[in-house]
Design a protein around this ligand. Structure first.
Ligand code: FES
Length: 184
């Protein structure tokens, strides 16, 4: 008995060149829109979680801050030095603005000093001396009320300390929002 073979007459028509190109075009459009949709989702959600570097660090109520005038406090996870001055709060990025070494607070000299090439900075991050081209970079600090409304935040032009509005204001540091120190 002879085997049956699929023939064009079985209802399966071969694709014409035009139909084939149309399918390829539609397929690439689908991939394109899927990618756009994926990118939209990426932008819709924060890329970093709270409490991880690149995200927001919640330091709790201002009453928990180290006392005004005390030595800067290193936040290892957030990669910043928390500084509490009369004028308010700063979060200085731990990386030197010269070639990227980690500078340290030197209590005896009352300043930050970089061990690599000796750049020095005041407690508020202002450049003093050395090869660093600018003052220390800093992250945006925000003071929030209990509902999450912003009461005060780092001024993007002055980049100075953020005044503490009340002892129960929530202090946050946004390590995804870096402001470059001013050149000297
Ligand atoms: S890397 Fe800090 S002074 Fe050069």
């Amino acid at each position: 008995m002879a085997h049956e073979q699929a023939q064009p007459s079985d209802g399966i028509k071969p694709l014409t060149r035009r139909e084939f190109l149309n399918y390829v075009w539609l397929g690439s459009l689908g991939v394109f829109f899927a990618e756009i949709g994926g990118m939209g989702l990426l932008f819709a959600f924060p890329r970093f979680r709270e409490g991880e570097f690149g995200g927001v660090f919640n330091l709790g109520p201002a009453s928990n801050l180290p006392p005004v005038g005390s030595a800067p406090q290193a936040n290892t996870k957030g990669k910043f030095w928390l500084v509490h001055l009369e004028e308010g709060v700063l979060a200085l990025y731990v990386v030197c603005t010269h070639l990227g070494c980690l500078y340290r607070w030197q209590e005896a000299q009352n300043r930050f000093i970089c061990p690599c090439h000796g750049s020095q900075f005041q407690k508020d991050g202002t450049y003093i001396q050395g090869p660093a081209p600018r003052s220390l970079d800093r992250f945006v600090v925000r003071m929030l009320d209990a509902a999450g409304n912003v009461l005060a935040e780092t001024d993007r032009v002055k980049k100075g300390p953020v005044p503490v509005p009340s002892p129960d204001a929530i202090v946050t540091v946004d390590t995804g929002d870096l402001l470059r120190g001013d050149p000297h």
